[in-house]
Design a protein around this ligand. Structure first.
Ligand code: AMP
Ligand code: MG
Length: 333
């Protein structure tokens, strides 16, 4: 199959909406990362997503809607969920809710719950609303690769496996959604993502964050999640972080065939002398936004060791650290 990249203009969005209605898959931009979408009410269409990504059938998909009321078509909404929907949607918060029976088992991997989100991106919203059906969509990468934040990343992973990629440019947040399971008491954070979990907690009171912490700690022992082609290590966050990183860089560079690069905040760039650096912006949020993109850039430039600066815990720092731990398999220097 030939994969075409289409500019996300009105005509192409309509074309892709029709493809979704006809049971095809379409890669499209959202504010978090690119998604690979299919009609969420069509089990055969959803199956194509798992096949293209090489995604295990045990990993459920997120249903994307174009309108808050469309959530009622696929899930039962509690009062607490309604509060979060009103506050954070459209946006990068996914809620796990009891599912309605019209959602095929393949979409939820057999669970009686369903994950739902309303993306805050004009192309995604237009596409879903023109399709006229809710759209299930995981990230449009090959399973276990870093999530794609540009159409080109999707092409690199899925060329030949999907018919079309709607190109809407770079994803503004560059990082997956935060997932909260509203069927648990207190609601449970399943993934720290682009919405700060402290802000979610502020809205509904108690929030169970133990899973995020436990997953993060267990990734230190058993590497899980993404597999970058370049090895990644990261520094703990402290005052003389750059000295530790420089020492690690210099000793790695002396090893045969090693091509290290440092991921650093803009303000720290001159602490690394002539060493190769890639800039991660001026804030933790920007760092998080650029992470997946820079990894793919480093891989393309044939760097084979990424030494990433650490950041303080808390807020988006927690999200970023959870990604660095996953990507590195817990290799902290
Ligand atoms: P992705 O969109 O590729 O980030 O994958 C969707 C994420 O949502 C996965 O981590 C799933 O485990 C999670 N997810 C989707 N549906 C459910 C559900 N019903 N219960 C718990 N987690 C879910
Ligand atoms: Mg994913």
């Amino acid at each position: 199959m030939e994969t075409v990249i289409l500019k996300a203009d009105r005509k192409n969005i309509l074309k892709c909406a029709e493809m979704l209605r006809n049971g095809d898959v379409v890669a499209f931009p959202t504010e978090t990362v690119y998604g690979l979408g299919a009609n969420a009410l069509d089990g055969d269409a959803a199956k194509k997503i798992f096949k293209a990504k090489g995604r295990p059938a045990t990993n459920p998909l997120i249903i994307h809607v174009a309108d808050k009321h469309q959530i009622d078509d696929v899930a039962y909404v509690s009062d607490a969920a309604k509060k979060l929907i009103d506050k954070f949607m459209p946006g990068a918060l996914t809620l796990v809710l009891p599912k309605k029976s019209n959602v095929p088992d393949i979409v939820t991997a057999g669970f009686d719950t369903v994950a739902v989100r309303m993306p805050d991106h004009p192309v995604a919203l237009r596409l879903i609303s023109e399709a006229g059906v809710p759209v299930c969509a995981p990230s449009a990468n090959t399973s276990a690769r870093p999530s794609p934040t540009q159409a080109e990343h999707v092409y690199d992973d899925l060329n030949g496996k999907i018919p079309v990629i709607l190109d809407g440019g770079m994803c503004p947040l560059g990082l997956e959604s935060t997932i909260v399971d509203m069927t648990k008491t207190p609601p449970k954070v399943l993934r720290a993502g682009a919405v700060d979990i402290d802000k979610v907690a502020a809205e509904i009171g108690e929030l169970d964050t133990e899973k995020v912490m436990v997953d993060t700690l267990s990734a230190l022992k058993v590497p899980v999640g993404y597999v970058p082609k370049a090895e990644l290590v990261f520094s703990a966050y402290y005052d003389n972080m750059s000295e530790v990183i420089n020492k690690y860089y210099d000793s790695s560079e002396n090893m045969h065939g090693s091509r290290p690069v440092i991921f650093c905040r803009n303000e720290n760039a001159d602490k690394y002398g002539d060493r190769k650096v890639m800039l991660m912006g001026g804030s933790v949020t920007e760092y998080a936004k650029l992470l997946f993109e820079r990894i793919r850039e480093a891989e393309k430039s044939d760097y084979n060791l990424i030494i990433a600066e650490g950041v303080p815990m808390g807020g988006m720092g927690t999200t970023l650290l959870s990604r660095l731990i996953k990507l590195s398999g817990g290799k902290v220097i």
